[in-house]
Design a binder for this molecule. Structure first.
Ligand code: NIG
Ligand code: FE
Length: 389
C-alpha cells in the first residue's frame, strides 16, 4: 500500500456539502490517498503520516472535472466550417460526413496518437474522467474500431452509430437503422457501456423520435445503458423520450418546452439534463436556460461535447465560465454541475466528489478560490493532480 498526503490546500471544495450550494468548502485542509482511493480528509495540522507528501501551498482543490459528453476520437479538421459559421452559415450536422471520411482514412496508430494528445490536453485542464463516443465510423468495422481504441483510454465508451445517416445509406434510411440496431450494435457492444442517438427531427441528417426509440430499445436489449442527444437544433421529442426510457442523460437541451422541463423535473431521479455551452459558443446559437432548469428542480450537468464540428474545446473551466456568464447559473452551481452533477450523468458515485472511498482524482487551481474559474476566464489555472497520486 502506498499513501500520499496532500497538504496545504487553501480551499478544499468537496462537492459533497450539506449547505445550500452543496460545495462543502473548507479551509486549510489535507487529504490522504491510499492506492488511488481517498482514505482521510481533515485539517492540515492533523494529517496522518504518509509515504509521500505533496504540499499545495494554499492552492484550491476540487474533484477532478467529469466530462460526461465528448466525441474525442476522430481525425481531420473542420476549421473552414467554423469560419463559415461565424459569418452566417448555420450548423445542421452535415459536416459530420467530412469527419467520417477523415476518420475512416486514419489508421489505428494515428487515431490512438490523436486521442492520446487530446487526453493529455484534458488532464492539463483539470479533467480526470471522460466519456468518449464513437459516431465518426458509421460502418460495422469502423464503429467497432473507434470503440476498441477509445476503450483503451476510458471505461465510459458510448456507441453512436446513430449519429447521422452516412452518405452511402441516404437513399435507404431504414436499411441503415437495421444495420445500426443489428450487426453494428453487435460489433460495438463488447467495447461500449452506453448507446446514444442524435435525435433531431429538424435535421435531415439525424434521427426522428421513432427512429431514436428503435435505436435505444435495441441498445437496451443488448445490455447497453442509454444517453440521448436531444433538442439541440430545435424543439423535438428527444428530452421526453430520454426521460420515458430512463436514460442517464439527455444532452444539449437547448430548445425546451414547458412540458420538456416538467418531464426533466419528474425524471430527475434517473435522467440528468447535460448542458454543453461550448456548442452554443461555437455555433453562435442561443444558450440553454440553465437557471430555468435548476429553479424548476431538474438535475443538470456541464460537459464539453468536444468534437471537430460544434465545439472543438476540451476545456471544462471554459464551460464553467460560459455557463455562469451565459446561462444565468452561479459559480457554485456550475462547479457542482461539472463534477458531482456530471458524475451522476454517468451514474458514477466514485468520482465527482472528494469523499473517503472515492477515487483520488483532483483538480488543482492555481488560485485561492473556485470562483477564479469564471472570474479569470481563459487563464490556465486548473490541472489534474491524478498522475501524482
Ligand atoms: O453533439 N449533434 C451531434 N453531434 C455533435 C456534433 C458532431 C459534429 O458536428 O461533428 C454534437 O454537437
Ligand atoms: Fe455530442
Amino acid at each position: 500500500m502506498t499513501s500520499t498526503a496532500i497538504t496545504g490546500i487553501g480551499e478544499l471544495v468537496s462537492c459533497d456539502g450539506t449547505g445550500a450550494d452543496r460545495l462543502g468548502r473548507r479551509q486549510d485542509a489535507a487529504v490522504v490517498a491510499t492506492d488511488g482511493v481517498i482514505s482521510w480528509i481533515g485539517p492540515t495540522l492533523a494529517a496522518p503520516a504518509a509515504d509521500r507528501r505533496v504540499d499545495l501551498e494554499g492552492r484550491t482543490v476540487l474533484p477532478g472535472f467529469v466530462d460526461s459528453h465528448s466525441h474525442l476520437i476522430f481525425a481531420g479538421d473542420r476549421s473552414a466550417e467554423f469560419e463559415a459559421r461565424m459569418t452566417g452559415t448555420p450548423y445542421d450536422g452535415g459536416g459530420i460526413a467530412t469527419t467520417v471520411d477523415a476518420t475512416r482514412a486514419a489508421d489505428d496508430e494515428t487515431l490512438r496518437a490523436l486521442l492520446a494528445g487530446r487526453m493529455a490536453e484534458l488532464r492539463a485542464q483539470g479533467t480526470t474522467t471522460v466519456e468518449i463516443k464513437s459516431g465518426y465510423g458509421l460502418s460495422v468495422t469502423e464503429e467497432a474500431r473507434l470503440l476498441r481504441i477509445a476503450a483503451e483510454f476510458t471505461d465510459e465508451t458510448t456507441f453512436l452509430g446513430a449519429h447521422v445517416v452516412p452518405p452511402e445509406w441516404r437513399s435507404d434510411r431504414d436499411g441503415y437503422l437495421a444495420l445500426v440496431t443489428g450487426d453494428m450494435l453487435a460489433a460495438a457492444t463488447p467495447y461500449a457501456r452506453w448507446i446514444d442517438v442524435f435525435c433531431e427531427p429538424s435535421s435531415r441528417h439525424a434521427f426522428s423520435g421513432d427512429e431514436a426509440r428503435c435505436v435505444l430499445e435495441a441498445g437496451l436489449a443488448a445490455g447497453l445503458e442509454l444517453r440521448v442527444h436531444g433538442n439541440q437544433l430545435g424543439p423535438g421529442p428527444g428530452v421526453q423520450l430520454a426521460v420515458e426510457l430512463r436514460a442517464a442523460s439527455v444532452d444539449h437541451c437547448t430548445f425546451l418546452s414547458d412540458a420538456d422541463v416538467d418531464a426533466l423535473v419528474d425524471g430527475a431521479h434517473d435522467t440528468v439534463a447535460t448542458l454543453l455551452p461550448g456548442v452554443e459558443f461555437s455555433t453562435r446559437s442561443p444558450y440553454p436556460d440553465g437557471r430555468r432548469l435548476i429553479d424548476a428542480g431538474a438535475a443538470i450537468a456541464l460537459a464539453t461535447d468536444c468534437n471537430p464540428g460544434t465545439c472543438y474545446s476540451s476545456a471544462m473551466p471554459f464551460m464553467i465560465a460560459l455557463a455562469v456568464r451565459e446561462m444565468r447559473i452561479s459559480p457554485a452551481e456550475a462547479v457542482y454541475a461539472a463534477t458531482a452533477g456530471a458524475a451522476r450523468a454517468l451514474r458514477r458515485d466514485d468520482v465527482g466528489r472528494i469523499v473517503v472511498g472515492a477515487r483520488a482524482h483532483f483538480a488543482v487551481l492555481d488560485a485561492p478560490s473556485y470562483v477564479h474559474l469564471c472570474y479569470r476566464p481563459g487563464v490556465p489555472l486548473a490541472r489534474a493532480l491524478e498522475r501524482t497520486i
